[in-house]
Design a protein around this ligand. Sequence first.
Ligand SMILES: [Zn+2]
Length: 122
Amino acid sequence: MKLLRRWWKALWRGATCRCPKCGQGALYETFLRVRKTCPACGVTFQPYAGDSLGVYAICYGLSVVPAIAAAILVGFYLNSNPYVVLATFAGVSGSILFGLFRNMKGLWIALVFLMTGLRKNL
Ligand SMILES: [Zn+2]
């Protein structure tokens, strides 16, 4: 139970764009640029090359599933034409990507923290 609480806390901190280890430092220095290290505890946020691939996987997974559900709802239950279905899919997935990209990237950094531990001075 204690382990689950620790995981949940780290994931929540990452999703809310704070350091998954200490919860004090902000993940971003500008709107989309992640800091190299935490200003509060000093861990490296993205210590491994190729970390951004996981961000893409999370963004894809968390945006495509609701977009498909919305497209199915519009296509089958409202009997819309295919262009409306396509526009619904693009609108929902694009809105999720643009609206929640920072949070999803923070979630990935928290997952990297939980899987490997973010260490100082890598
Ligand atoms: Zn920190």
